[in-house]
Design a protein around this ligand. Sequence first.
Ligand code: ES4
Ligand code: ZN
Length: 379
Amino acid sequence: MCRWFDSGPGHSLKNLDYRKYIYGCMSYLKFLIHSSKITHMNHTSIENFIEGIPKAELHLHIEGTFEPELMFEIANRNNIPINYKSVDELKKAYNFNNLQEFLDIYYTGANVLLYVQDFYDLTWAYLTKVHEQNLVHTEIFFDPQTHTDRGISFDTVIQGIHSALEDGKEKLGISSQLIMCFLRHLDEVSAFKTLGLALPYKKWIAAVGLDSSENGNPPSKFERVFAKAREEGFLTVAHAGEEGPAEYIWEAINLLNVSRIDHGNRSLDDDRLMKHLAEHQLPLTLCPLSNLELKVVNSLTDHPLLEMMEAGLMVTLNSDDPAYFCGYINENYTRVAKALDLSKKQITELAKNSFKASLLSQVEKDQMIQKIENYYHNN
Ligand code: ES4
Ligand code: ZN
């Protein structure tokens, strides 16, 4: 169930900082005026500005793009029962108090994916959706263990995803990279086995990552498998500091040699870490609507994005699991822009960051940054 207002039904007014609430209302009014189709002085509204700006997404779980309608369609054709009678009933179950409650539903949803065509359809649906939102580059996580552990071959999973990505490039002009995540609640042996399965597909996988239940599963648990992955030529990223402590972010940096931190909200707990992230411009892939839905933040007005930008961090905006968290890339930009009263300049910086922090070549990055600057000057 999506919370379209920043202070959701779970939060009584009593518990809110009143000034923040009034301020939120005012910025919401401002946003409504901005985003109405009536543009003043011939300038683009923030909402339209966000829609039109070219963007990249760097934190997206393909299994998290599984819309209920497609889930029912694939379940029907594969003759797999779903525990919910209808799309609406399933959507009502999307009400999470923490990461684990979400993960339990997310893994169940993935159970209906059996064939290459299923993985193709899942990926293609995401690409067509974000194509409408002016997304031009995406770096996609997939969780092979979610599928291999129930008897689906690694080949089936990656063939389906990869061929949709090829079509995405050819037919929609969206470039992409694949990032294979290890499920951190499983053991090191399973991660090593998965890395072995990935080796024949090295050409199709740019990096390895780490996702699933964070607390109690620190990056150090996977130090050796990440070392082996780097030896094999993969880049590395890791979810850290979503629910887990700042110490896990240090581990991801020092033990896994990551090129980016996924989430990293808890960096704010550690001044030395904030300084390190700013100095090294190590990117964080933030996911505001995910944070709201998983109660990492109580309200988007509390989101650390702005504080991080002001501290000089290389931050990006992303959707994480858009089918579950009430919005794709543009909804993440728009909702957080509204809550934090972001300017077009700040939106432009975030769009530029999405390319700077990507795995694209420097030449490709420079081209996109130039396009974004031109867009800013014309809108
Ligand atoms: C995830 Cl939000 C989040 N955190 C960790 N692992 C994940 N897998 C899919 N979404
Ligand atoms: Zn994630």
